[in-house]
Design a protein around this ligand. Structure first.
Ligand code: SF4
Length: 279
């Protein structure tokens, strides 16, 4: 395990503390990320996104019960976590923004929860669920230090013969493409998780994997192949990685827009009304 050059010993006063789980979004649209994470410009989630959050809660409850020393929980009891989360969001949810009713969301979510617990979870032995991570400081140059901290939201660490794999549960309408769990665009977040896992556990990871639960269409639970997301963050063969590009953004204080982002829409971006770069 080699820490990238920009990872430095923890400093007393970082310039900025950000949630590790948000870091991948920086490379989707940095301007949106700056709005959400640095300026506090937020938007209520839609029902389909909240459906995903609720499935994450129930599948995490189920997997926690399967950890060594955990309190096993039945598929049905874990399903009640889904229903409870869906009906009691505890945060702002815009129930009118998606082409989905609460009843449809409940039906879809229960089918996904069941598919996950019976079809996918038994294929894995997890070491941890939503692991708490040790802070990781990134030297951006010019005295700017960004600290990543928090939990590996929605991800598990799976034991495999090759070593620990970061398995990230993804919900959404595009998580399954051509009948396969899609890994497209997932490397920034999963690479960040691989790095942080390695710093926290002090051992190498063997890669990353997507556990896909599509919130539209047939309710299935599919695992992607294992892939190396870490190299995208740290770079290869003398080429810079995303962590170097991030350092430059923080040093310069410039966060470029990406109007080609899948999330560049009034529905998903809180900066839409004031952003000059979308169509
Ligand atoms: S409107 Fe599009 S380009 Fe502008 S900040 Fe949002 S996602 Fe980025």
């Amino acid at each position: 395990m080699n820490a990238p050059d920009r990872v430095i010993p923890i400093v007393a006063e970082p310039s900025l503390v950000v949630r590790a789980s948000s870091w991948g979004g920086l490379f989707d649209c940095a301007m949106r990320w700056e709005g959400e994470q640095m300026l506090g410009i937020r938007k209520a989630a839609g029902l389909r996104a909240h459906l995903g959050t609720s499935v994450h809660a129930s599948t995490a409850a189920y997997d926690l019960g399967r950890l060594p020393g955990g309190q096993p929980i039945s598929v049905d009891d874990a399903a009640s976590v889904f229903v409870d989360t869906l009906r009691n969001p505890g945060r702002d949810v815009d129930f009118g923004v998606d082409d989905l009713t609460l009843v449809e969301a409940e039906r879809t979510g229960l089918a996904l929860h069941t598919a996950y617990c019976y079809d996918l979870a038994p294929q894995f032995t997890f070491q941890s669920v939503e692991m708490t991570l040790s802070p990781l400081d990134i030297d951006c140059g010019g005295g700017t230090v960004v600290r990543l901290t928090g939990q590996m939201d929605r991800a598990r660490v799976a034991e495999t013969p090759a070593g620990p794999v970061i398995a990230d549960v993804k919900t959404g309408t595009r998580v399954v493409v051509d009948g396969k769990a899609s890994t497209r665009g997932r490397s920034p977040q999963l690479g960040t998780y691989q790095l942080l896992y390695e710093e926290t556990a002090q051992q190498p990871s063997a890669g990353a994997q997507i556990l896909a639960l599509p919130t539209k269409g047939k309710a299935v639970a599919l695992a992607s192949e294992v892939f190396d997301a870490r190299r995208v963050m740290v770079g290869v063969d003398g080429q810079p990685g995303l962590i170097d590009f991030a350092a430059q953004m923080f040093r310069a204080g410039l966060f470029p827009p990406n109007p080609s982002s899948n999330l560049c829409s009034q529905k998903y971006c809180a900066r839409w009304a004031t952003c000059n770069f979308h169509e």
